[in-house]
Design a protein around this ligand. Structure first.
Ligand code: NAD
Length: 361
């Protein structure tokens, strides 16, 4: 699948490296940016051709586009790309309004091409363990779920791009930009949310329109309640955390690692043991190998894949899923509907924070 990257800023090299590591599946050939020097720099670094967006759209030999523009410009690039027949994968968040998400979904339906949304942490082995534990019923009745993203971003970070910290193009602050990864994992593992109540503030930064601290409580359709806490004002910053607690077990992810998997009737695992387990689950390891992990002999357990490969860039694993989905005509793991679900939840939290009311979804 021949790719072009549109938007050659901070995240673009991650796409370029991931696509080049997927040789045999993908060939990255071109890049484009409204600032020609940025496209030229990325092209020079990765051996690409820098081209105007219109040329990329018109080039029938380009099959797919990675959209790495500011969040509020994903539809401006993605919609014409889909309508030109390209498969499109947009960075997170899918867009900054539901209306823009819907324009992407409509273009996808019209064109029949594949639309994906980067949520690379869904491809972390630890996240996949949590998802599987919930889906298999290992945790019992879901009771409480927490997404916590207590990060730090300096004022210089917000000053580094005109779009950062604006409602129009960032779509929000600590939650829409940074917290959306963990919020997506919460929504993915625990299912639909029926109502939210939230507070948000701009607590520690200047020259930003959006929140740098937000706290929300959630009610899930399955009856569980949850909390979401996100900040970019918590110095020096701490690892993101996802915790799903049920009547028969708990699964906790810290950073991108499985911190604890506790299931009633089985030994609780944590730390390296938990990550060896996550690796087995993510690589389709056998139950026998998994039992060895549970018995504490994980170090001797041969994995079907090199761990470095599995712990490597999650972008690469998501792009591989996207390419496979597009070539088979199936939906990618994170399709437009899934991307929209995360934006809907962020927007509901903002609506509650703005009005002081409970918002029902
Ligand atoms: N998945 C992740 O972990 C992750 C990490 C960082 C950023 N992101 C996402 O990636 C996107 C880009 O973020 P960034 O930090 O790379 O931003 P950035 O400002 O560094 O880069 C954006 C680039 O897009 C270009 N651009 C703007 N409008 C354009 C247009 N209409 N056509 C072509 N190019 C255009 C800009 O000139 C700039 O070079 C955002 O949506 C952000 O949320 C995701």
């Amino acid at each position: 699948m021949r790719f072009a990257i549109v938007g050659c800023g901070v995240i673009a090299p991650t796409h370029a490296r991931a696509l080049q590591q997927l040789a045999g599946h993908a060939q990255l050939v071109a890049c484009s940016d409204i600032v020609p020097e940025r496209a030229a720099a990325l092209a020079a670094e990765f051996g690409l051709t820098a081209r105007p967006f219109e040329d990329v759209l018109a080039d029938q030999s380009i099959d797919a586009i990675s959209v790495c523009t500011p969040s509020g410009l994903h539809a401006a690039v993605g919609v014409p790309a889909l309508l030109a027949g390209k498969h499109v994968i947009v960075e997170k968040p899918m867009e900054v309004t539901l209306e823009a998400c819907d324009r992407l979904l409509e273009a996808q339906r019209t064109s029949g091409a594949t639309l994906g949304v980067i949520c690379q942490h869904r491809f972390d082995p630890a996240s996949q363990v949590v998802k599987k534990a919930v889906d298999d019923g290992d945790l019992g009745r879901p009771v409480l779920a927490e997404a916590r993203v207590p990060w730090f971003r300096s004022q210089e970070y917000y000053d580094s791009g005109d779009w950062r910290g604006t409602w129009e193009l960032d779509g929000g602050g600590a939650l829409m930009n940074q917290g959306v990864h963990t919020l997506d994992l919460l929504r993915w593992t625990c299912g639909p949310v029926t109502s939210v109540y939230a507070q948000a503030r701009t607590a520690a930064h200047e020259r930003i329109e959006v929140e740098d601290v937000v706290a929300a409580t959630l009610t899930f359709a399955n009856g569980a309640i949850g909390t979401v806490v996100a900040s970019t004002a918590v110095y020096p910053g701490f690892p993101a955390r996802l915790a799903v607690h049920g009547s028969a077990g708990s699964a906790v992810v810290e950073g991108d690692r499985l911190a604890t998997l506790a299931v009633a009737g089985r030994p609780t695992i944590g730390g390296e043991q938990a990550n060896a387990h996550a690796l087995q689950v993510a690589t389709g390891g056998t139950r026998a190998a998994t039992s060895a992990v549970e018995q504490g002999t994980a170090d001797d357990t041969p994995g079907p894949l090199d761990p470095a490969d599995v712990w490597g860039e999650a972008h690469r694993r998501q792009l591989l899923d996207f390419i496979d989905a597009a070539s088979k005509g199936r939906a990618p793991l994170v399709d437009g509907t899934e991307g929209r679900n995360a934006v809907e939840l962020v927007r509901a939290i903002y609506a509650s924070a703005a009005t002081g009311n409970v918002v029902r979804l």
